[in-house]
Write a protein of this length. Structure first.
Lengths: 597, 130
């Protein structure tokens, strides 16, 4: 039914466009016209392939040929050789860096293996509100397998062997956690799914629950079977209404099919799941605080031990796992521990989902094998920095993590590597910063968040973080002194060492890691009273650019303190001593003569 | 919806679904239909995926195109919501980004009816396990 038999897809992403990909498309169209092929071959601009490093990219369909670093002058050859004679232009094919062989078909390019979807395997593929679609993708087969053919001990051994670690932040081995809960004898045990995703800019768990809710339900039932629990709760933020609605639908369908309830799949195993809503406090992502909140108490953490595996929800042994951790479980059971442990690094197995945000071209949800480098994530999958700006840092682990810089770009992502470099895996938020971001302001932003979210139970976190924030505010206002930097570091270390829970123990990380990596920016703020990135308004001054000013007097009339002087039709001048930095002059100026510096 | 009593029952449902038996019983033949998936996670809906999906379903019916339109979760292309995946019979599926009503109309008229690609294709750059 198509009138076109061939399509030439030219990348129209920012990176390729800056290398004349639109001219390439134009030239291809002209060549086709010359050859009278405009009716059978279509040239089309696409979104970013993500492979900007080797751009501009040209993909030929339907034969899947992937050309890299194409230049406008190659258009003629491509049309003559490939389109007309059906011969690939060898020199433009992608060369595999390992085998040094030309890769003809894009499906065999290593690049496409950069992203591997395990936890997100069904997201964007199945209708999350139809259980049959999940079953068609082997859904609930893992539960069936566990019930029919494995003892709980065998399943736990399998999980241990797979090397799956908690995806919520700390990275505790999942199988070991289950084993603890199993070994604690009790008349009642609970399975809890931690869906209290609270990092700014993180949406991995929400996407899994919205796109594939059954995978989490199935995994919870498997955990229940392993530890000897017949009840599970999903602790989810009330501000995730769609995820809640889809979970409710999924629970209803699973109950109707008998996949939740009594005597599941003809076994003697009973398990049901219900939802508990959180009010959105960040600290409730910490498992003891989460359990208190579930019980109707204040969402405050308590000292461990006792761990939830001994005394959790209602004082009973409880196993808490994060959404993404659970989403991995059914696949591991079906494909085996060996398969899973073959992916990733020595100590970090499998894949990790990241929410890419900030100054990056392809903001989105990605899943990569552990061991992938930050460079691959940011520049090959994320498509690089917006507007061609310079990469400055990437914040991983949210308010508990730290920033990683240029020198960390080639570091393989693993739990250990991130911690060794002053950050952490966290739940998987990745916020990319460019040259326009002020690192002191970024640290201040995260501190504002933790001060707001501190539950107030322990003094180091409640008082310490507040003082830390005040120091940062002073620095950003230009009132900081060099001695403040020493105070920042000392106080940060003390808060880390003495706080009760993970929130306080990690809250100074953004400050400490930005100080480690961008000490000169801190110095510029306290010594020169300047913000090199031009972000901290208190450190900026309004200037009038002489060449642009035509002397219309609009700014002088708008100035509420009369600090702008100058004759009509002559360039004006702002007196920085009396200027209150209200910005009225800048708004009024029609000639871009007023700037902030 | 009756209860599934054993692992064998579960596998039966899976096989029926995979082989398209279920759709065929409903009088549809998935292989020969246009299949459209609309990414309907919070991010997609906030960008207008709901309107897009309603428009596509209505427009296809009015214009006499036999199609299955389903909602799915997040495809991961937050920078290009709403996103849809279109699979024409006998060809590979194509993902389009930034599909507002205007774009949806163009996709139906040009791609679905005429097989002519339109701007806004998002190249898929990941592997999914089977």
């Amino acid at each position: 039914m198509s009138k076109y038999s061939m399509h030439l897809l030219v990348c129209g992403g920012t990176g390729c466009k800056s290398q004349e990909s639109d001219i390439i498309a134009e030239k291809l169209k002209n060549e086709l016209l010359k050859q009278g092929l405009e009716e059978t071959v279509q040239v089309i601009m696409t979104g970013c392939f993500g492979f900007c490093e080797k751009g501009p990219i040209l993909k030929v369909m339907p034969d899947n040929t992937f050309y890299t670093q194409v230049k406008p002058e190659d258009a003629e050859e491509i049309v003559e050789e490939h389109v007309i004679k059906g011969r690939r232009v060898e020199r433009l094919l992608y060369t595999d860096p390992e085998t040094e062989a030309h890769v003809e078909d894009s499906k065999h390019m290593g690049f496409y293996k950069k992203q591997l979807r395990i936890a997100l395997r069904n997201c964007g593929v199945i209708d999350p509100e139809i259980i049959d679609e999940y079953i068609a993708r082997d859904g609930y087969s893992a539960l069936g397998e566990v019930l029919a053919n494995q003892t709980p001990e065998e399943t736990i051994e399998l999980m241990k062997a797979s090397g799956l670690r908690g995806r919520g932040g700390a990275g505790f081995p999942a199988g070991l956690k289950w084993d603890f809960a199993r070994k604690n004898e009790a008349d009642q045990k609970y399975v809890v799914c931690n869906a209290d995703e609270g990092d700014p800019g993180a949406f991995m768990d929400r996407s899994i629950l919205e796109g594939d809710p059954h995978s989490v339900l199935e995994a919870m039932a498997i955990v229940g079977r392993c530890i000897g629990a017949d009840m599970g709760y999903i602790y989810i933020r009330a501000e995730y209404p769609l995820a809640i609605a889809r979970l409710k639908t999924a629970i209803g369908q699973a109950r109707k099919y008998g996949l939740l309830g009594k005597d599941i799949l003809g076994s003697d195993f009973n398990f049901d799941v219900d939802l508990k809503y959180g009010a959105g406090a960040f600290v409730c992502g910490e498992e003891t605080a989460l359990i208190h909140s579930m019980e109707g108490e204040r969402g405050e953490p308590s000292l461990k031990p006792p761990f939830p595996a001994e005394s959790g929800y209602m004082g009973k042994p409880t196993n808490v796992n994060n959404v993404e951790t659970l989403a991995n479980v059914p696949v591991i059971i079906l494909k085996g521990a060996e398969w899973f442990s073959s992916i990733g690094t020595d100590t970090s197995k499998g894949t990790k989902v990241f929410a890419l945000a900030g100054k990056i071209n392809n903001v989105g949800l990605i899943e990569v094998p552990m061991g992938t480098t930050l460079r691959e994530v940011i520049f090959e999958i994320g498509g690089g920095i917006k507007d061609g700006k310079k990469f400055k840092a990437v914040q991983t682990g949210g308010p508990s993590g730290g920033c990683l810089t240029e020198k960390h770009l080639d570091m393989p992502i693993s739990y250990e590597n991130l911690v060794a470099n002053g950050s952490m895996m966290g739940s998987g938020g990745m916020i990319v910063l460019d040259e326009d971001d002020c690192m002191v302001s970024i640290a201040k932003f995260y501190l504002e968040f933790t001060v707001e979210e501190s539950c107030g139970k322990c003094a180091p976190c409640r008082i310490g973080n507040k003082r830390l924030l005040e120091l940062l505010e002073r620095i950003c206002e230009g009132k900081g002194e060099e001695s403040d930097l020493v105070r920042l570091r000392n106080l940060g270390e003390v808060i880390k060492d003495t706080s009760l829970c993970g929130l306080g123990q990690s809250s100074p990380n953004p400050v400490l890691s930005t100080m480690d990596n961008f000490y000169d920016e801190y110095l510029a703020h306290v010594v020169d009273k300047k913000c090199p990135s031009g972000v901290c308004t208190d450190l900026l001054e309004y200037f009038i650019v002489e060449e642009n000013c035509i002397g219309c007097t609009a700014c002088a009339r708008a100035c509420p303190v009369g600090c702008i002087s100058g004759e009509r039709k002559e360039p004006h001048l702002i007196n920085p001593d009396t200027c209150i930095k209200c910005g009225a002059c800048m708004e009024k100026c029609k000639f871009d003569a007023v700037i902030l510096k | 919806m009756s209860k599934i009593k054993s692992l064998a029952d579960l596998k039966k449902i899976r096989d029926e679904k995979v082989s398209g038996l279920q759709t065929r019983e409903r009088g549809e033949d998935a292989e020969n239909l246009v299949q459209i998936k609309v990414a309907m996670a919070t991010c997609g809906i906030a960008s207008g995926a709901k309107e897009t999906m309603e428009f596509i379903a209505e427009a296809l019916e009015k214009r006499g195109v036999d199609a299955i339109v389903t909602q799915v979760g997040c495809m991961g292309y937050c920078y290009a919501e709403p996103t849809i995946e279109v699979k024409l019979p006998g060809s590979e599926s194509v993902v389009f980004g930034g599909v507002n009503i205007e774009k949806a109309d163009e996709i139906i008229e040009k791609y679905i009816k005429g097989g002519e690609l339109v701007d806004g294709i998002i190249p898929v750059n990941y592997e999914t396990i089977d």
